[in-house]
Design a protein around this ligand. Structure first.
Ligand code: G3P
Ligand code: MG
Length: 279
């Protein structure tokens, strides 16, 4: 499946994977957080498009690329943040109501800038092929509460695709839906996983508890949600902490001082230079 629509090969090259394990909290004395490109370099190209991911793979020093996955009507895996099309494409309505072929007619770039009008909603496969062995990939699986009948299908399909692409040791699975994340771990015990914090639902529960319940090793939250006590709890329990979305040097600096393990940013290419200086 992996090579069917592309000539790109997945030969393992010397890359970040040879020496980085982004899923463990780093010892305080060598604290340099990992830099994660949120929906690609989404400050400079339309989010979750091949253009955005190409910028992230071209920029030096970025450790990981984050993206969001969903299913189409014909159950293909696409990379799209919103449940609906109108914010980031020329389409309208729920993405799940369209086949992949239908979705490919929509322009996914003009909303950002007319120069990106050729961008289309990519499939996960297209992004895996583009990023290849150059970066880790954080696949955020978006749950579809309206399709309980297909529960488990998306995660199973994603895991299979990642395996077939030979990328299982380069991928990290995350979700706001912790049942889904526990499910990933059941299907693929060696998968590395993270739980996203939902303030309303998870308030008061320590990161280690949330992560352990889903058998995850990373805790991810918004910059306004993170408390020092949460970092302390995670560190004590061997859970890494990633924070989003840190787009200013000031925000990133604050989080570096707090000791986070991963910085998720829309302009990860700019944040990288700051993080490197703090090494
Ligand atoms: O993984 C961090 C972030 O992507 C989670 O929120 O809404 O941007 O997918 P969202
Ligand atoms: Mg996301």
């Amino acid at each position: 499946m992996c090579t069917s629509s592309s000539s790109i090969s997945f030969t393992r090259t010397k890359s970040v994977f040879e020496h980085v394990n982004p899923f463990l909290p780093k010892p305080a004395e060598e604290h340099r957080p990992y830099v994660i490109a949120h929906r690609g370099i989404s400050a400079k190209a339309p989010e979750n498009t091949l253009a955005s991911f190409a910028l992230a793979t071209a920029a030096k020093g970025i450790d990981m690329v984050e993206l969001d996955v969903r299913l189409t009507k014909d159950e293909e895996v696409i990379v799209l943040h919103d449940r609906t099309l109108q914010r980031t494409t020329t389409g309208n309505g729920v993405a799940r109501n369209y086949t992949l072929n239908e979705l490919k007619n929509y322009d996914a770039g003009s909303w950002f800038d007319p120069s990106f009008k050729a961008e289309r909603i990519p499939t996960l496969l297209e992004v895996l092929q583009l990023v290849g062995s150059t970066r880790w990939i954080d696949i955020e699986i978006k749950a579809d509460p309206f399709r309980a009948d297909r529960r488990g299908f998306l995660e199973e399909k994603v895991i299979r695709m990642v395996d077939e692409c030979g990328m299982k040791d380069r991928v990290f699975y995350s979700s706001f839906d912790h049942h889904l994340i526990a499910n990933v771990k059941r299907m693929k015990p060696e998968a590395v996983t993270g739980v996203l914090y939902n303030l309303l639902r998870d308030f008061g529960r320590p990161p280690s508890k949330l992560a352990r319940r889903a058998n995850a090793s990373v805790f991810i939250c918004g910059k306004g949600e993170l408390q020092r006590s949460m970092i302390e709890d995670a560190r004590k329990n061997g859970i890494a902490v990633y924070v989003y979305t840190l787009n200013s040097i000031n925000d990133a600096q604050k989080m570096i001082q707090l000791g986070v393990d991963g910085i998720i940013s829309d302009n990860a290419d700019d944040i990288v230079s700051l993080v490197k200086r703090t090494r």
